[in-house]
Design a protein around this ligand. Structure first.
Ligand code: HAM
Length: 426
Protein backbone atom coordinates (compact mmCIF):
# COMPACT_ATOMS: atom_id res chain seq x y z
CA UNK A 1 0.00 0.00 0.00
CA UNK A 2 1.26 3.48 -0.82
CA UNK A 3 -0.05 5.17 2.28
CA UNK A 4 0.99 2.93 5.14
CA UNK A 5 0.64 4.22 8.68
CA UNK A 6 3.80 5.92 9.99
CA UNK A 7 6.15 3.91 12.22
CA UNK A 8 5.46 3.68 15.94
CA UNK A 9 1.87 4.97 15.83
CA UNK A 10 -1.44 3.12 15.68
CA UNK A 11 -5.14 3.51 15.01
CA UNK A 12 -7.63 2.95 17.79
CA UNK A 13 -10.50 1.09 16.12
CA UNK A 14 -13.86 -0.31 17.22
CA UNK A 15 -12.44 -3.72 16.34
CA UNK A 16 -8.85 -4.58 15.39
CA UNK A 17 -8.53 -7.44 12.88
CA UNK A 18 -5.13 -8.43 14.34
CA UNK A 19 -5.63 -10.79 17.34
CA UNK A 20 -2.49 -9.23 18.89
CA UNK A 21 -4.05 -5.80 18.53
CA UNK A 22 -6.96 -6.14 20.95
CA UNK A 23 -5.41 -3.43 23.15
CA UNK A 24 -6.00 -0.96 20.28
CA UNK A 25 -9.78 -1.45 20.41
CA UNK A 26 -11.64 1.69 21.42
CA UNK A 27 -13.77 0.02 24.06
CA UNK A 28 -10.74 -0.47 26.35
CA UNK A 29 -9.59 3.11 25.85
CA UNK A 30 -12.97 4.57 26.63
CA UNK A 31 -13.23 2.41 29.72
CA UNK A 32 -9.89 3.27 31.29
CA UNK A 33 -10.27 6.94 30.39
CA UNK A 34 -13.61 6.89 32.20
CA UNK A 35 -12.07 5.31 35.31
CA UNK A 36 -9.16 7.80 35.16
CA UNK A 37 -11.51 10.79 35.01
CA UNK A 38 -13.67 9.40 37.76
CA UNK A 39 -10.82 8.81 40.18
CA UNK A 40 -9.05 12.09 39.39
CA UNK A 41 -12.27 13.98 40.09
CA UNK A 42 -12.91 11.99 43.28
CA UNK A 43 -9.45 13.14 44.45
CA UNK A 44 -10.32 16.78 43.62
CA UNK A 45 -8.36 17.20 40.35
CA UNK A 46 -9.73 19.15 37.37
CA UNK A 47 -9.08 18.46 33.73
CA UNK A 48 -6.62 20.55 31.72
CA UNK A 49 -5.97 20.31 27.95
CA UNK A 50 -2.91 21.95 26.49
CA UNK A 51 -1.94 22.36 22.82
CA UNK A 52 -0.30 19.55 20.88
CA UNK A 53 2.81 21.65 20.29
CA UNK A 54 4.76 24.22 22.26
CA UNK A 55 7.83 26.36 21.71
CA UNK A 56 10.84 24.01 21.72
CA UNK A 57 12.67 25.92 24.50
CA UNK A 58 9.92 24.96 26.96
CA UNK A 59 10.94 21.31 26.82
CA UNK A 60 14.69 21.92 26.52
CA UNK A 61 14.53 24.05 29.62
CA UNK A 62 12.29 21.82 31.74
CA UNK A 63 12.85 18.21 30.71
CA UNK A 64 16.57 18.99 30.50
CA UNK A 65 19.20 19.33 27.80
CA UNK A 66 20.98 16.12 28.86
CA UNK A 67 17.81 13.98 28.93
CA UNK A 68 17.13 11.33 26.25
CA UNK A 69 13.84 13.05 25.43
CA UNK A 70 15.47 16.37 24.51
CA UNK A 71 18.59 14.83 23.02
CA UNK A 72 17.08 12.39 20.61
CA UNK A 73 13.34 11.98 20.92
CA UNK A 74 11.64 15.29 20.18
CA UNK A 75 9.54 15.93 17.11
CA UNK A 76 10.80 19.42 16.39
CA UNK A 77 10.00 21.51 13.32
CA UNK A 78 10.10 25.08 12.10
CA UNK A 79 6.76 26.70 11.34
CA UNK A 80 6.23 29.06 8.42
CA UNK A 81 7.37 31.96 10.61
CA UNK A 82 10.68 30.20 11.30
CA UNK A 83 9.84 29.46 14.97
CA UNK A 84 11.03 26.18 16.42
CA UNK A 85 8.09 24.16 17.74
CA UNK A 86 7.94 20.70 19.29
CA UNK A 87 5.17 18.14 19.59
CA UNK A 88 4.53 17.65 23.30
CA UNK A 89 6.77 14.76 24.53
CA UNK A 90 5.33 14.92 28.07
CA UNK A 91 2.64 16.83 29.94
CA UNK A 92 4.24 18.47 32.96
CA UNK A 93 6.08 21.27 31.15
CA UNK A 94 2.99 22.27 29.18
CA UNK A 95 0.80 22.39 32.29
CA UNK A 96 3.37 24.58 34.08
CA UNK A 97 3.57 26.86 31.04
CA UNK A 98 -0.23 27.24 31.08
CA UNK A 99 -0.17 28.11 34.80
CA UNK A 100 2.48 30.77 34.25
CA UNK A 101 0.91 32.08 31.01
CA UNK A 102 -2.43 32.74 32.66
CA UNK A 103 -1.01 33.52 36.13
CA UNK A 104 -3.40 30.90 37.51
CA UNK A 105 -1.50 30.95 40.81
CA UNK A 106 -2.84 34.44 41.55
CA UNK A 107 -6.31 33.04 42.12
CA UNK A 108 -5.27 30.10 44.22
CA UNK A 109 -1.88 28.88 45.33
CA UNK A 110 -3.14 25.28 45.26
CA UNK A 111 -3.91 23.84 41.82
CA UNK A 112 -4.80 20.26 41.02
CA UNK A 113 -4.93 19.21 37.37
CA UNK A 114 -5.28 15.97 35.46
CA UNK A 115 -4.92 15.25 31.74
CA UNK A 116 -5.54 12.51 29.24
CA UNK A 117 -3.38 13.50 26.29
CA UNK A 118 -1.22 12.03 23.52
CA UNK A 119 2.55 12.50 23.80
CA UNK A 120 5.12 12.26 21.01
CA UNK A 121 8.61 10.80 21.29
CA UNK A 122 10.83 9.62 18.46
CA UNK A 123 11.58 6.25 20.09
CA UNK A 124 13.42 3.25 18.75
CA UNK A 125 10.67 0.77 17.90
CA UNK A 126 10.15 -1.92 20.52
CA UNK A 127 7.31 -3.47 22.53
CA UNK A 128 5.79 -0.94 24.90
CA UNK A 129 7.42 2.09 23.25
CA UNK A 130 5.45 4.12 20.75
CA UNK A 131 6.10 7.34 18.91
CA UNK A 132 2.66 8.55 19.91
CA UNK A 133 1.62 7.32 23.34
CA UNK A 134 -1.16 8.45 25.64
CA UNK A 135 -0.84 9.50 29.24
CA UNK A 136 -3.16 9.90 32.17
CA UNK A 137 -1.28 12.54 34.13
CA UNK A 138 -1.72 14.30 37.44
CA UNK A 139 -0.08 17.54 38.59
CA UNK A 140 -0.64 18.90 42.13
CA UNK A 141 0.83 22.36 42.52
CA UNK A 142 1.23 24.43 45.68
CA UNK A 143 1.99 21.99 48.49
CA UNK A 144 5.33 20.79 49.82
CA UNK A 145 3.67 18.54 52.38
CA UNK A 146 4.60 14.85 52.39
CA UNK A 147 0.84 14.24 52.40
CA UNK A 148 0.77 15.71 48.88
CA UNK A 149 3.34 13.19 47.68
CA UNK A 150 1.37 10.41 49.34
CA UNK A 151 -1.98 11.55 47.91
CA UNK A 152 -0.69 11.47 44.32
CA UNK A 153 1.10 8.13 44.74
CA UNK A 154 -2.06 6.67 46.27
CA UNK A 155 -4.11 8.00 43.34
CA UNK A 156 -1.99 6.09 40.80
CA UNK A 157 -2.03 2.99 42.97
CA UNK A 158 -5.83 3.20 43.36
CA UNK A 159 -6.31 3.74 39.60
CA UNK A 160 -4.39 0.54 38.82
CA UNK A 161 -6.20 -1.36 41.58
CA UNK A 162 -9.60 -0.35 40.25
CA UNK A 163 -8.60 -1.72 36.87
CA UNK A 164 -7.91 -5.05 38.59
CA UNK A 165 -4.15 -5.07 37.94
CA UNK A 166 -1.98 -7.50 39.87
CA UNK A 167 1.74 -8.25 40.31
CA UNK A 168 2.65 -4.59 40.52
CA UNK A 169 5.60 -3.05 42.31
CA UNK A 170 5.70 0.47 43.67
CA UNK A 171 9.27 1.79 43.79
CA UNK A 172 10.12 4.96 45.62
CA UNK A 173 13.27 6.99 46.14
CA UNK A 174 14.38 10.40 47.34
CA UNK A 175 16.77 12.54 45.28
CA UNK A 176 17.16 15.11 48.05
CA UNK A 177 17.77 18.78 47.42
CA UNK A 178 20.52 20.55 45.51
CA UNK A 179 23.42 19.94 47.93
CA UNK A 180 22.55 16.27 48.24
CA UNK A 181 22.60 15.72 44.49
CA UNK A 182 25.83 17.68 44.06
CA UNK A 183 27.63 15.67 46.78
CA UNK A 184 26.20 12.40 45.54
CA UNK A 185 27.12 13.16 41.93
CA UNK A 186 30.71 13.73 42.99
CA UNK A 187 30.81 10.58 45.07
CA UNK A 188 29.23 8.47 42.29
CA UNK A 189 31.74 9.79 39.75
CA UNK A 190 34.61 8.99 42.12
CA UNK A 191 33.26 5.48 42.56
CA UNK A 192 32.75 4.89 38.81
CA UNK A 193 36.01 6.42 37.59
CA UNK A 194 38.13 3.25 37.96
CA UNK A 195 35.46 1.31 36.01
CA UNK A 196 35.04 3.88 33.23
CA UNK A 197 36.43 1.67 30.43
CA UNK A 198 34.13 -1.20 31.44
CA UNK A 199 30.95 0.90 31.41
CA UNK A 200 28.52 0.63 28.47
CA UNK A 201 28.99 3.32 25.78
CA UNK A 202 25.77 5.04 26.92
CA UNK A 203 26.91 5.17 30.54
CA UNK A 204 30.31 6.49 29.42
CA UNK A 205 28.48 9.29 27.65
CA UNK A 206 26.44 10.02 30.77
CA UNK A 207 29.47 9.98 33.05
CA UNK A 208 30.23 13.70 32.70
CA UNK A 209 26.85 15.27 31.98
CA UNK A 210 24.34 13.20 33.89
CA UNK A 211 26.05 10.50 36.00
CA UNK A 212 22.90 9.85 38.08
CA UNK A 213 21.22 8.38 35.00
CA UNK A 214 23.89 5.64 34.95
CA UNK A 215 22.01 4.20 37.94
CA UNK A 216 19.07 3.52 35.58
CA UNK A 217 21.23 1.51 33.16
CA UNK A 218 19.74 -1.81 32.03
CA UNK A 219 23.16 -3.06 30.86
CA UNK A 220 24.10 -6.17 32.94
CA UNK A 221 27.78 -5.17 33.18
CA UNK A 222 26.84 -1.67 34.39
CA UNK A 223 24.45 -3.19 36.91
CA UNK A 224 27.23 -5.43 38.23
CA UNK A 225 29.52 -2.41 38.65
CA UNK A 226 26.75 -0.47 40.36
CA UNK A 227 26.18 -3.13 43.02
CA UNK A 228 28.59 -1.45 45.41
CA UNK A 229 27.94 2.14 44.29
CA UNK A 230 27.15 4.75 46.96
CA UNK A 231 23.47 5.27 47.78
CA UNK A 232 21.86 8.67 47.38
CA UNK A 233 19.91 7.99 50.57
CA UNK A 234 23.15 8.42 52.53
CA UNK A 235 23.46 11.97 51.21
CA UNK A 236 19.99 13.33 52.02
CA UNK A 237 19.68 16.62 53.86
CA UNK A 238 17.92 16.32 57.24
CA UNK A 239 14.67 17.91 56.07
CA UNK A 240 14.49 15.79 52.90
CA UNK A 241 15.17 12.67 54.91
CA UNK A 242 12.45 13.50 57.48
CA UNK A 243 9.90 14.14 54.73
CA UNK A 244 10.85 10.93 52.93
CA UNK A 245 10.37 8.93 56.12
CA UNK A 246 7.03 10.63 56.64
CA UNK A 247 5.86 9.73 53.12
CA UNK A 248 6.84 6.11 53.68
CA UNK A 249 5.00 6.13 57.01
CA UNK A 250 1.83 7.48 55.36
CA UNK A 251 2.02 4.76 52.70
CA UNK A 252 2.34 2.12 55.41
CA UNK A 253 -0.63 3.56 57.31
CA UNK A 254 -2.67 3.49 54.11
CA UNK A 255 -1.48 -0.08 53.49
CA UNK A 256 0.12 0.71 50.17
CA UNK A 257 3.00 -1.75 49.67
CA UNK A 258 6.19 -0.07 48.42
CA UNK A 259 9.88 -0.77 48.02
CA UNK A 260 12.65 1.77 48.38
CA UNK A 261 14.95 1.73 45.35
CA UNK A 262 17.93 4.09 45.78
CA UNK A 263 18.79 3.57 42.09
CA UNK A 264 15.51 5.02 40.82
CA UNK A 265 16.35 8.43 39.29
CA UNK A 266 13.97 8.77 36.29
CA UNK A 267 14.80 10.32 32.96
CA UNK A 268 13.58 13.89 33.34
CA UNK A 269 15.79 16.55 34.90
CA UNK A 270 13.19 18.52 36.82
CA UNK A 271 12.79 16.20 39.82
CA UNK A 272 13.98 16.86 43.34
CA UNK A 273 13.24 14.79 46.44
CA UNK A 274 10.61 12.05 45.92
CA UNK A 275 10.52 10.03 42.71
CA UNK A 276 8.40 6.93 42.21
CA UNK A 277 7.37 4.40 39.62
CA UNK A 278 4.87 1.54 39.40
CA UNK A 279 6.02 -1.41 37.30
CA UNK A 280 4.25 -4.55 36.10
CA UNK A 281 6.14 -7.81 36.36
CA UNK A 282 5.04 -9.23 33.02
CA UNK A 283 5.78 -6.22 30.81
CA UNK A 284 9.44 -6.97 30.06
CA UNK A 285 12.00 -4.20 29.61
CA UNK A 286 9.46 -1.38 29.23
CA UNK A 287 7.62 -2.25 32.39
CA UNK A 288 6.79 1.14 33.86
CA UNK A 289 3.03 1.70 33.99
CA UNK A 290 3.52 5.14 35.45
CA UNK A 291 5.93 7.31 37.32
CA UNK A 292 6.58 10.77 38.58
CA UNK A 293 7.77 12.76 41.53
CA UNK A 294 8.33 16.13 43.10
CA UNK A 295 9.52 19.11 41.06
CA UNK A 296 9.63 22.08 43.41
CA UNK A 297 11.73 24.40 41.25
CA UNK A 298 10.32 23.93 37.76
CA UNK A 299 7.69 26.67 37.83
CA UNK A 300 10.25 29.17 39.08
CA UNK A 301 12.81 28.07 36.47
CA UNK A 302 10.20 28.66 33.77
CA UNK A 303 9.63 32.23 34.95
CA UNK A 304 6.83 31.74 37.49
CA UNK A 305 6.80 32.01 41.27
CA UNK A 306 8.48 29.49 43.55
CA UNK A 307 5.73 26.85 43.94
CA UNK A 308 6.29 23.26 45.01
CA UNK A 309 4.66 20.57 42.89
CA UNK A 310 4.20 16.83 42.57
CA UNK A 311 2.79 14.66 39.78
CA UNK A 312 2.89 11.54 37.65
CA UNK A 313 2.28 10.34 34.11
CA UNK A 314 1.01 6.87 33.27
CA UNK A 315 0.98 5.18 29.87
CA UNK A 316 -2.45 3.99 28.75
CA UNK A 317 -1.05 1.57 26.12
CA UNK A 318 0.93 -0.40 28.68
CA UNK A 319 -1.93 -0.36 31.19
CA UNK A 320 -4.42 -1.81 28.69
CA UNK A 321 -1.88 -4.40 27.51
CA UNK A 322 -1.26 -5.50 31.09
CA UNK A 323 -4.99 -5.63 31.83
CA UNK A 324 -5.57 -7.85 28.83
CA UNK A 325 -2.71 -10.18 29.65
CA UNK A 326 -3.87 -10.41 33.28
CA UNK A 327 -7.56 -10.65 32.35
CA UNK A 328 -8.21 -7.45 34.32
CA UNK A 329 -11.54 -6.00 35.35
CA UNK A 330 -13.39 -4.86 32.24
CA UNK A 331 -17.13 -4.23 32.25
CA UNK A 332 -19.14 -6.33 29.78
CA UNK A 333 -18.30 -5.20 26.27
CA UNK A 334 -21.33 -3.68 24.54
CA UNK A 335 -21.67 -0.92 21.97
CA UNK A 336 -25.49 -0.86 21.94
CA UNK A 337 -28.05 -2.12 24.37
CA UNK A 338 -30.61 -3.21 21.85
CA UNK A 339 -30.50 -4.06 18.15
CA UNK A 340 -33.71 -3.99 16.09
CA UNK A 341 -34.02 -6.18 13.01
CA UNK A 342 -36.99 -5.40 10.75
CA UNK A 343 -37.79 -8.22 8.35
CA UNK A 344 -39.55 -6.22 5.62
CA UNK A 345 -40.38 -2.70 4.45
CA UNK A 346 -43.50 -2.42 6.65
CA UNK A 347 -41.56 -3.51 9.73
CA UNK A 348 -38.96 -0.89 8.85
CA UNK A 349 -41.23 2.04 9.63
CA UNK A 350 -42.49 0.41 12.86
CA UNK A 351 -38.90 -0.34 13.95
CA UNK A 352 -37.79 3.17 13.13
CA UNK A 353 -40.38 4.72 15.44
CA UNK A 354 -39.46 2.21 18.18
CA UNK A 355 -35.79 3.15 17.64
CA UNK A 356 -36.66 6.84 18.14
CA UNK A 357 -38.69 6.07 21.27
CA UNK A 358 -35.81 4.05 22.77
CA UNK A 359 -33.29 6.77 22.03
CA UNK A 360 -35.60 9.42 23.47
CA UNK A 361 -35.46 7.40 26.68
CA UNK A 362 -31.62 7.36 26.51
CA UNK A 363 -31.48 3.65 25.74
CA UNK A 364 -28.67 3.04 23.25
CA UNK A 365 -30.32 1.42 20.26
CA UNK A 366 -29.42 0.59 16.70
CA UNK A 367 -31.44 -0.80 13.81
CA UNK A 368 -30.49 -2.93 10.85
CA UNK A 369 -30.72 -0.76 7.73
CA UNK A 370 -28.87 -3.13 5.42
CA UNK A 371 -31.99 -4.96 4.20
CA UNK A 372 -29.87 -8.12 4.20
CA UNK A 373 -30.89 -11.58 5.46
CA UNK A 374 -31.68 -12.19 9.15
CA UNK A 375 -28.47 -14.20 9.59
CA UNK A 376 -26.34 -11.26 8.43
CA UNK A 377 -28.27 -8.84 10.64
CA UNK A 378 -27.71 -11.13 13.65
CA UNK A 379 -24.01 -11.16 12.87
CA UNK A 380 -23.98 -7.36 12.98
CA UNK A 381 -25.78 -7.45 16.36
CA UNK A 382 -23.01 -9.74 17.52
CA UNK A 383 -20.28 -7.40 16.28
CA UNK A 384 -21.91 -4.54 18.16
CA UNK A 385 -22.08 -6.82 21.23
CA UNK A 386 -25.76 -5.86 21.53
CA UNK A 387 -27.19 -7.00 24.84
CA UNK A 388 -30.64 -7.56 23.30
CA UNK A 389 -32.09 -8.17 19.86
CA UNK A 390 -35.69 -7.64 18.74
CA UNK A 391 -36.69 -9.16 15.39
CA UNK A 392 -39.78 -7.46 13.92
CA UNK A 393 -41.86 -9.17 11.26
CA UNK A 394 -45.49 -9.54 10.24
CA UNK A 395 -46.54 -11.25 13.46
CA UNK A 396 -45.03 -8.59 15.71
CA UNK A 397 -46.68 -5.84 13.67
CA UNK A 398 -49.99 -7.59 14.06
CA UNK A 399 -49.85 -8.57 17.78
CA UNK A 400 -47.71 -5.66 19.06
CA UNK A 401 -45.96 -8.26 21.21
CA UNK A 402 -42.18 -8.21 20.88
CA UNK A 403 -39.64 -10.92 21.69
CA UNK A 404 -36.74 -9.40 23.60
CA UNK A 405 -33.84 -11.80 23.12
CA UNK A 406 -30.93 -11.58 25.55
CA UNK A 407 -27.81 -12.35 23.55
CA UNK A 408 -25.64 -13.63 26.42
CA UNK A 409 -28.12 -16.31 27.52
CA UNK A 410 -30.21 -16.80 24.36
CA UNK A 411 -33.37 -16.39 26.53
CA UNK A 412 -36.36 -14.55 25.09
CA UNK A 413 -39.01 -12.57 26.88
CA UNK A 414 -42.32 -11.82 25.13
CA UNK A 415 -43.43 -8.29 26.02
CA UNK A 416 -46.15 -5.91 24.90
CA UNK A 417 -44.74 -2.94 22.99
CA UNK A 418 -45.84 -0.62 25.82
CA UNK A 419 -43.54 -2.42 28.31
CA UNK A 420 -40.34 -2.45 26.26
CA UNK A 421 -38.93 0.86 27.47
CA UNK A 422 -39.68 0.08 31.10
CA UNK A 423 -37.94 -3.32 30.92
CA UNK A 424 -34.88 -2.01 29.08
CA UNK A 425 -34.51 0.89 31.48
CA UNK A 426 -34.14 -1.45 34.45
P1 HAM B 1 7.71 9.47 31.89
O1 HAM B 1 8.25 8.45 32.84
O2 HAM B 1 8.57 9.92 30.79
O3 HAM B 1 7.24 10.67 32.80
O4 HAM B 1 6.37 8.90 31.27
C1 HAM B 1 5.29 8.48 32.09
C2 HAM B 1 4.74 7.13 31.61
O5 HAM B 1 4.36 7.23 30.25
C3 HAM B 1 5.74 5.97 31.65
O6 HAM B 1 5.80 5.39 32.93
C4 HAM B 1 5.12 5.02 30.63
O7 HAM B 1 4.05 4.29 31.22
C5 HAM B 1 4.54 5.97 29.61
N1 HAM B 1 5.43 6.15 28.45
C6 HAM B 1 6.49 6.99 28.33
N2 HAM B 1 7.04 6.92 27.11
C7 HAM B 1 6.32 6.00 26.42
C8 HAM B 1 6.37 5.49 25.09
N3 HAM B 1 7.27 5.90 24.21
N4 HAM B 1 5.46 4.56 24.72
C9 HAM B 1 4.51 4.13 25.60
N5 HAM B 1 4.40 4.59 26.86
C10 HAM B 1 5.29 5.52 27.28
C11 HAM B 1 6.69 11.82 32.31
O8 HAM B 1 6.32 11.97 31.18
C12 HAM B 1 6.48 12.87 33.38
N6 HAM B 1 5.86 14.05 32.74
C13 HAM B 1 5.61 12.35 34.49
C14 HAM B 1 5.34 13.37 35.56
C15 HAM B 1 4.23 14.13 35.68
N7 HAM B 1 6.17 13.74 36.52
C16 HAM B 1 5.61 14.70 37.23
N8 HAM B 1 4.43 14.95 36.73
Amino acid sequence: MDYQIAKGVFDILPEDPDPEGKWREVFYWQYIEKVARQIAEEFGFQEIRTPLFERTELFTRSVGATSDIVNKEMYTFLDKGGRSLTLRPEGTASVMRAIIDKALYQKSSMMKFYYLLPMFRYERQQAGRYRQHHQFGIEAIGSASPYQDAEVIILLHEFLQRLGLKNLNLWINCLGDHSCRENFRQSLQNYLKPYFQELSPLSQLRFENNPLRILDSKDPKDQQILLKAPSILDFLEKEAQDDFEKICAILRTEQIPYQINPKLVRGLDYYNRTVFEITAEELGAQNSLGGGGRYDHLIHELGGPQLPAFGFGSGLERIIQTMLSQKGLFPPLSFVKVYLIPLDEQAMSFSFSLLTTLRNHHISAEMDLSGKKLKIAMKRADTLKAQYVIVIGEEELHTKQLKLKEMATGNSNLLPLSKIVEVLKK
